[in-house]
Design a protein around this ligand. Structure first.
Ligand code: NFS
Ligand code: SF4
Length: 632
């Protein structure tokens, strides 16, 4: 199988081959054949009597685990734990930001502040905190405490859930008994009920998993709110993507991971320290670039170039021009220090929960944010001095990329067409058929799929069918690296109706060109932004999200986080496509619930389709079905 369709990845992979460096693709090959029990979800290690395995063909092998758990039970329990892990990741990210805000409110984190006061006030009003006679510090403290309370179990639904979804959706969740009562408590509940001897009813376990995913949604929404308050709500910004964004005459520092809490400070300090970098011989000072979702956070807010999405993170080192990679948490390959041994790159871990053998650990804390960022940047300067020019191979490929399309900036572009009723032009164009529907692209890269191929093939098909594209995370990274976040891509690939709409909007926004083919709405956590737009449209039309012509896709899903996001997208009522088969096929019952029963219960359902053309057909059909339901 081809490893990647990205020219920069392909070029770097030649070097890894020549140098005998193992990457994620080599390690994947060494894992072949992968275990069939694991692939189908039929392996259980939830107690010490295991591992237990069920015969996937149901013929001669065991049909029950030692404790008596069936294939359906084992598969449902495994999926539940995946979703809980995803939920805990996003929630921890939001919790970290809440702590940062709390510390700032107490004067303990002076490098931070309220960067978007309007959004701060909007969020306070929405969550019901009175602003009367209070300073911003006091309000920040109250908001942070309310956030932190959302994590433990309460007697009511999380505020970030009940104030952000349609009334009808909330009633549905109540009726089905799937309202989570706390972001951490729901994860603990999943761990409890999936351990030996608790919940054995696959349907009951799946409902609990959906409840957990709903908590994931509200944690992500909180994460986006807090990032915007602390660091500013993104506005349209132009930048570049690909490994070609590295510069030979600069000290190249990648910020990698997920949480902007450190990378924001890095951006500010790198600007202040440009002279130190120049004094070390780098005539262009520091060149910060982004990897994974931290990369999206700083691309969205500062136009920092996007070096690469997750699968090719090791290849950034192979350019020989990356002086330091500063990582926070999630999606960081433990192999980075091993690859870096062959070059001069400093791999710097910064979070107490993310240490990697072979990396340098500089522990970050919000109390000393600027100081820690400077320490990291000085380490990058030292590493730069050891750069070997003979090993520098910066790929030429570099694409322009427009980002910064937060819900607020999408609304403000729309308001240029109708200042009093910004959603109206969008809704009108959906109703008149210029736009068939909306598709949110999200998720990862997965080594089981040629890197970026599914994304690029599918998005071209959907855009040709006049589907408005939103994107986040590695999906957005893929589009950025393939020149699809540009007006030129709209000219080339959008169907006539979509092109007309994007052109009108682009010209209204003063771009003198169409808006890009895909609107980059942020990091993975920022999938909440797309959800907020869908909810606003549904509320305006007086319908539920499950009736709208809106779909989601994670064609190259890899992480447990992608499963939790996909599951809340289904819970919100969206037909949700996945291109990689999750480990559930060992239970026809679980597959049926996720792909069919869910539709009756929630309106949303999973579409598992590994072929891009067929996936496009199924997503178009799902949108048409929704349109029919609305009579448009
Ligand atoms: Ni989200 Fe996917 Fe990771 Fe970000 Fe990329 S792998 S689940 S997009 S970087 S979290
Ligand atoms: Fe086996 Fe049951 Fe233990 Fe799982 S929980 S390992 S199925 S005995």
């Amino acid at each position: 199988m081809e490893r990647s369709i990205s020219l920069d990845s392909i070029q770097m992979l030649k070097i890894t081959k020549e140098m005998g460096i193992d990457t994620v693709w080599d390690r994947y090959e060494k894992q072949q054949p992968q275990c069939g029990f694991g692939e189908t979800g039929l392996c259980c290690r939830h107690c010490l009597q295991g591992p237990c395995r069920i015969d996937p063909f149901g013929t001669t092998g065991p049909k029950l685990g030692i404790c008596g758990a069936s294939a359906d039970t084992i598969v449902a329990r495994g999926l539940a734990r995946n979703i809980a892990a995803g939920t805990s990741s996003h929630s921890a990210h939001a919790k970290h930001l809440a702590h940062t805000l709390l510390k700032w409110s107490r004067g303990e984190a002076p490098d931070y502040g309220i960067r978007d006061q309007q959004k701060f006030y909007r969020v306070l009003d929405r969550v019901g905190i009175s602003r009367e006679d209070k300073t911003d510090q006091q309000l920040a403290g109250e908001l942070a405490k309310l956030c932190l309370e959302e994590f433990s179990e309460r007697e009511e639904a999380p505020v970030w859930l009940k104030t952000t979804i349609t009334k009808a959706r909330m009633e549905k969740f109540e009726k089905l008994g799937i309202v989570p009562l706390g972001l951490d408590s729901v994860v603990a509940e999943i761990m409890h009920r999936t351990t030996n001897g608790v919940d054995a009813d696959p349907i009951n376990i799946l409902l609990a998993s959906i409840k957990c995913a709903i908590a994931d949604y509200s944690g992500m929404y909180m994460g986006t709110d807090l990032s915007d308050i602390l660091f500013g709500t993104p506005a349209p910004v132009m930048s570049t993507a690909n490994l070609g964004s590295l510069k030979v005459n600069a000290i190249n520092v990648a910020v990698h991971g997920h949480n902007p809490v450190l990378s924001e400070i890095m951006v500010a300090e790198a600007m202040k320290m440009a002279d130190e970098a120049k004094a070390a011989g780098a005539s262009e000072g520091f060149n910060l670039v982004g990897i994974c979702c931290t990369g999206h956070e700083v691309l969205m807010r500062h136009g920092i170039p996007y070096a690469t999405n997750s699968l090719s993170q090791e290849l950034a080192i192979v350019t020989g021009a990356l002086d330091a990679a500063v990582v926070d948490y999630q999606c960081i390959m433990p192999s980075l220090p091993e690859v870096a041994k062959r070059f001069h790159t400093a791999i710097i871990t910064t979070m107490p929960i993310t240490k990697i053998p072979g990396a340098t650990h500089i522990e970050f804390d919000e109390e000393h944010a600027g100081e820690k960022a400077r320490e990291v940047l000085r380490l990058a300067i030292e590493a730069y001095k050891k750069r070997d020019p003979a090993k520098v191979n910066i790929p030429e490929s570099r694409n322009n990329a427009m980002a910064g399309m937060s819900a607020e900036s999408i609304l403000s572009v729309l308001s240029l067409l109708d200042a009093n009723d910004p959603l109206k032009p969008l809704i009108d164009n959906i109703v008149n058929g210029n736009i068939l529907g909306v598709c949110l692209f999200a998720g990862c890269n997965d080594v089981k799929i040629t890197q970026d191929k599914f994304y690029v093939t599918l998005v071209k098909e959907l855009a040709a069918n006049n589907i408005l594209i939103l994107c986040t995370g590695c999906a957005a990274g893929s589009f950025a690296r393939h020149g699809l976040l540009t007006p030129e891509a709209t000219e080339k690939y959008a169907g006539p109706g979509l092109k007309a709409v994007l052109t009108a909007l682009g010209h209204a926004a003063g771009l003198n060109a169409p808006l890009p083919l895909a609107l980059h709405t942020g990091s993975c956590v920022d999938n909440s932004r797309a959800a907020s737009i869908a909810t606003a449209i549904a509320n305006k039309l007086g319908v539920d999200v499950s009736q709208l012509p809106v779909v989601a896709t994670a064609p190259e899903a890899a992480m447990e986080k992608a499963l939790s996001i996909g599951t809340w997208a289904v819970a919100m009522g969206l037909p949700t496509h996945v291109g990689v088969v999750p480990p559930v096929t060992g239970s026809p019952l679980v597959v049926q619930v996720l792909t069919q029963t869910a539709k009756d219960l929630l309106g949303g359902y999973f579409i598992v389709e590994p072929d891009p053309k067929l996936a496009a057909e199924k997503l178009v059909a799902a949108l048409k079905e929704r349109r029919q339901g609305l009579g448009i």
